[in-house]
Ligand binder design. Structure first.
Ligand SMILES: [Mg+2]
Length: 375
């Protein structure tokens, strides 16, 4: 594939509204942008989805910066690869650090698709021309506020509402929303805020016809989730517990999950994401694509992945305007009547907006093949 040069940009973008989960509140999104260039001047783009604090996983922007600069880029610029599927093998000597790996691999996938003049969605085996869009809503100050926010997004056309819940608030949130909106596709994400001792409480959520409850128990658990699923009518969807195809296989065999949320960063890249998709499809387990409050490049990768056939539930990939006053790609991601059209231009199908990228960039470095690594 002739990868000549990798540039990593450190970015900071202020979100339109702060986003609150059971862990805390985020206002600024810090992330890394990866640009991989070939000898013809083409660029592939990837985005690291790690947050600035290790509350979703152990990775952060800072650990990604270190792992990408000191390990992944040197490995990549020292190797010859002919297909992006080879990147995960190349990185296999580095344990975990999946978000760092996925960011670099994503840039290589985009570059590969551009070199072959095809959309990334097609390079991945995607079959959909448009994807259904859901929205993930953080914890709000009050039920009234949450209801107003949900109403606004439903009016904008979002197909599925996901709300974050936390202990002590879950029944009020879910019952309140169900009363206000009896027929909407509704789900709840607990981000591991509960334990098996909360089973009676979680069983009460069965009364509200949720599509699923996401990651109720510990972020590294698949045993207790299997015990809980036996008690619940509501399907459990695993997010944080699934880092690989092997994790997905074990969770499905144990009965810990009936649905899987695939996040490209969490599973180490598009190649592994596609393997999980294919395995779940074979098992009749639906998947959907979760969000990490991505800027445009990461959002575009999610859209391409979601075009695969077993992404049969609406994901979290909302329009750019949901999060940003100004995105870093042109055109922005737009949603119409609850759908995003999968772009048919080469690669991710959106152009980097360099003016915007410059504006939000706080640091950068470039490494070139054959040149010593000097910072
Ligand atoms: Mg989640």
């Amino acid at each position: 594939m002739e990868i000549r040069e990798i540039t990593v940009r450190r970015m900071q973008m202020k979100m339109k509204q702060p986003f609150t989960t059971s862990f805390g509140t985020m206002q600024d999104k810090h992330f890394l942008l990866i640009e991989a260039k070939d000898g013809s001047g083409r660029s592939g783009w990837g985005e690291s989805v790690a947050f600035d604090a290790p509350w979703y996983s152990e990775e952060t922007v800072e650990t990604n910066w270190h792992i990408i600069r000191d390990f992944l880029v040197p490995l990549l610029l020292d190797a010859e690869i002919s297909h992006p599927d080879e990147v995960s093998g190349l990185f296999s000597s580095i344990r975990k650090n999946n978000m760092a790996k996925a960011a670099v691999e994503g840039a290589i996938w985009d570059l590969y698709a551009k070199q072959h003049d095809m959309p990334l969605a097609k390079a991945l085996g995607g079959t959909r021309h448009q994807i259904e869009v859901g929205i993930s809503i953080g914890i709000q100050e009050s039920l009234e506020e949450l209801t107003a926010v949900v109403r606004q997004y439903l009016e904008e056309g979002y197909k599925r509402i996901k709300v974050k819940i936390k202990p002590g608030k879950e029944i009020e949130i879910v019952a309140g929303l169900r009363q206000a909106f009896p027929d909407i596709a509704l789900m709840a994400d607990a981000n591991s805020a509960y334990t098996l001792a909360d089973t009676p409480l979680l069983k009460r959520l069965d009364d509200f016809g949720l599509m699923m409850i996401e990651q109720p128990l510990a972020s590294d658990d698949i045993i207790d989730h299997a015990t809980l699923q036996k008690e619940l009518k509501t399907p459990i969807c695993l997010d944080e517990s699934i880092h690989s195809l092997e994790d997905a296989r074990k969770a499905i065999e144990l009965g810990s999950t009936k649905i899987i949320n695939i996040k490209i960063g969490r599973v180490g890249g598009l190649t592994e994401a596609k393997k999980i998709h294919d395995y779940c499809q074979g098992k009749g387990v639906p998947v959907w694509c979760g969000g990490m409050l991505e800027a445009g490049v990461g959002r575009a990768h999610n859209i391409a992945l979601t075009s695969l056939p077993n992404f049969i539930l609406p994901g979290d990939t909302a329009a750019s305007s949901r999060y940003w006053e100004q995105d870093i790609i042109r055109p922005e991601v737009v949603m119409e009547d609850g759908y995003i059209t999968v772009p048919n231009g080469p690669g991710i199908g959106y152009e980097p907006d360099f003016e915007s990228i410059e504006q939000f960039m706080t640091d950068m470095w470039t490494f070139r093949r054959g040149e010593p690594f000097v910072l």
